[in-house]
Design a protein around this ligand. Structure first.
Ligand code: HXC
Length: 257
C-alpha cells in the first residue's frame, strides 16, 4: 500500500494518481518517487487503464526533491541512489500521462510534470527550477526537457536564476497546453484522459512513441519511425474497425488488437 500516493480507478479507462505529502508540499522523497513508478508499472500492466492523470494538491503539485533527504546524501549516496531507476521507469511508461498542475511545480516537481505527455495547469500554478539556489542543478531532465519545451533563453533564465514563471507565461512559452480555474484542473485533465481512453490503444501507444521520437532523434529517423509505426497499425483489427465505423456512420468499438 503506498503511503504518499492516492490511487483511484481505473474509471472510464483513466487512473488518477494524487501525490499526498501535504506536510512537505509533495516533495518527492525516494518513497514517493518509488510509489509513482510502481503505480505506473501497475497501470502499464492493466489493460483497463488507457491513460493516467497525475496531480498534487491545490497548493503544490510538487515542491521538488525532498531537500532534507538530499542533504543527508553524499557523493557515494547519490551514485547509488535508487531514484534514478524510478525516474527511468516513469519516463518509459508507454501510455499517455496527463499532469494536472496546481500551485508549485518546482525542481523535481517541474521535472515530474515534464514527464507527462500533456500538461494542464491551474491559474495558480508556478513553474521553476530553483536548484541553483541550493548550489546544485536540475538532475531529472530539467535542463534537457525545459530546453526542448521553452527554447534556450527562457530555459537559461529559469535554471540560472531560480526564478519561477506563472501558468500564463508557461502557456505562452509552450510548456503547458491549457490553463483552467484551479478547482477545475483535475476535472479537465481527467476529461482529456477519458477522450484518449476511448481511442484505439495501439494507435495511442505508437503515436506517443512517435511524438517522443521528434525530441530524441533527427528528422529522417523520426519520419522513418512514424512510417513504420503507421504501417504496423495496418495490421490491427482496430484500424479496420475505425475505418468501417466511419463508413457506417457509427462510433467505433476499439478492442486493443
Ligand atoms: C522538503 C519541503 C520542500 C522540499 C517545501 N518543504 N519544499 N521539504 N523538500 N523541496 C516543506 C517546508 O520545509 C515546510 O515544512 C513545508 O514544506 C511548507 O513549506 P513552506 O516553505 O513553509 O511554504 P511556503 O512559504 O508557502 O513556500 C513554498 C515554497 C518553499 C516556495 C515552495 O517551500 C520552497 O522554496 N521550497 C523548496 C523548493 C525547492 O528548492 N525545490 C527544489 C528542490 S531540489 P515545515 O516542516 O517547515 O512546515 C530538486 C532537485 C531535483 O528538486 C533533482 C532530481 C534528481
Amino acid at each position: 500500500m503506498p503511503q504518499n500516493l492516492l490511487i483511484k480507478g481505473p474509471e472510464k479507462g483513466v487512473r488518477l494518481l494524487t501525490l499526498h505529502r501535504p506536510e512537505a508540499l509533495n516533495a518527492l522523497n525516494t518513497a514517493l518517487l518509488g510509489e509513482i513508478a510502481a503505480a505506473l508499472d501497475e497501470a502499464e500492466a492493466d489493460p483497463e487503464t488507457r491513460a493516467v492523470v497525475i496531480t498534487g494538491s491545490e497548493k503544490a503539485f510538487a515542491a521538488g526533491a525532498d531537500i532534507n533527504e538530499m542533504a543527508a546524501r553524499d557523493l557515494v549516496g547519490i551514485l547509488e541512489d535508487p531514484r534514478q531507476a524510478h525516474w527511468q521507469r516513469i519516463a518509459r511508461f508507454p501510455k499517455p500521462i496527463i499532469a494536472a498542475i496546481n500551485g508549485f511545480a518546482l525542481g523535481g516537481g517541474c521535472e515530474l510534470a515534464m514527464h507527462a505527455d500533456i500538461l494542464i495547469a491551474g491559474e495558480n500554478a508556478r513553474f521553476g527550477q530553483p536548484e541553483i539556489n541550493l548550489g546544485i542543478m536540475p538532475g531529472a531532465g530539467g535542463t534537457q526537457r525545459l530546453r526542448r519545451a521553452l527554447g534556450p533563453s527562457l530555459t537559461m533564465q529559469l535554471v540560472l536564476t531560480g526564478e519561477q514563471i506563472s501558468a500564463e507565461r508557461a502557456l505562452q512559452a509552450g510548456l503547458i497546453s491549457e490553463i483552467c480555474p484551479t478547482e477545475l484542473t483535475v476535472e479537465r485533465a481527467i476529461r482529456i484522459a477519458e477522450i484518449i481512453a476511448e481511442k484505439a490503444p495501439l494507435a495511442v501507444r505508437l503515436t506517443k512513441e512517435a511524438v517522443h521520437k521528434a525530441a530524441d532523434t533527427d528528422l529522417a529517423t523520426g519520419l522513418r519511425f512514424e512510417r513504420h509505426a503507421f504501417t504496423l497499425l495496418a495490421g490491427t483489427a482496430d484500424r479496420a474497425e475505425g475505418l468501417k465505423a466511419f463508413q457506417e456512420k457509427r462510433k467505433p468499438q476499439f478492442k486493443g488488437c
